[in-house]
Design a protein around this ligand. Structure first.
Ligand code: URA
Length: 262
């Protein structure tokens, strides 16, 4: 049960104070009865609430989580072969959320989970062109021409073209390098195939953030609800009113304890 004036505010009728005014004016009905007593309670699941004859409903409440997917975990809710999958991290308290897109079994990093189908569509549909950035450890050191080629366009092994929005070195090691690649679509193995096309195969792939929601402060295998600020950012990115901020960093295992072995 909750206070009727709070329910009215949640349903978007008016502020709590104005909602109380509407009640005092006799404009609010619960199950067909006018309710004007301040402090009256309502059961949002069961009661029918009307304001000036108009039936109210609450906006759908959705859940949003960010998961630091470890390497060696499938982006599925279940696996018939019993391999580790994202579903292993979900319980009743997460509700009916599912992953927003997919990461390869051996890719680690940010994976959003939600039950908000509209948001998922907007984030994934190619026509919305929402940028996705990956940090890839590739064999050798690509020339700057090769990185430029990724932005001009390359032909993948299936004969189809692919284009990066941005390709920049993040760190250059003795035998390998970490490159930040931003693309605007989510095709199968896209990043791996793009680096394959310039002759520098991916050795390790990390997504530091999805739609601007970062896992850089998290540990692999950690799942958490989005903060309110992150929720606002996510919706703005999905609607196209904000570009996702570029988040760049190395996987926890590399940035942390194993950094000296790189
Ligand atoms: N591109 C890939 O090749 N793999 C991923 O997991 C994500 C993007």
């Amino acid at each position: 049960m909750e206070r009727l004036h709070k329910y009215l505010a949640r349903a978007g009728v008016a502020s709590r104070r104005k909602a109380e005014r509407l009640m005092l004016d006799g404009k609010v009905q619960v199950n067909g009865q006018v309710v004007c007593q301040p402090g009256s309670l309502v059961d949002a699941q069961r009661d029918e609430v009307c304001v000036e004859g108009r039936k109210l409903s609450l906006p759908a409440q959705h859940s949003y989580f960010i998961f630091y997917k470890p390497r060696g975990v499938l982006t599925t809710l279940a696996d018939p072969q019993g391999r580790p999958c994202v579903g292993d991290w979900l319980s009743k308290r997460h509700g009916r959320v599912y992953p927003v897109g997919r990461l390869d079994y051996d890719t680690e990093g940010a994976l959003l989970l939600t039950d908000d189908g509209d948001l998922v569509n907007r984030l994934l549909m190619p026509r919305f062109q929402i940028p996705r950035s990956y940090v890839a450890k590739v064999r050798g050191k690509p020339s700057s021409e090769a990185l430029q080629q990724l932005c001009k366009g390359v032909v993948l092994s299936d004969g189809k073209p692919a284009l990066a929005l941005r390709a920049k070195f993040h760190r250059i090691l003795k035998a390998n390098s970490w490159v930040v690649l931003t693309v605007a679509e989510g095709r199968y193995h896209l990043v791996k195939r793009m680096f394959e096309a310039i002759g520098h195969p991916v050795l390790s792939l990390f997504r530091p953030a999805q739609a601007g929601i970062s896992v850089l402060e998290m540990r692999p295998g950690q799942m958490r609800a989005l903060t309110q600020e992150e929720g606002v950012l996510l919706k703005a990115v999905a609607l196209g009113t904000r570009q996702p901020p570029l988040v760049v960093g190395l996987p926890a295992r590399v940035a942390g304890v194993f950094a000296s072995k790189e």
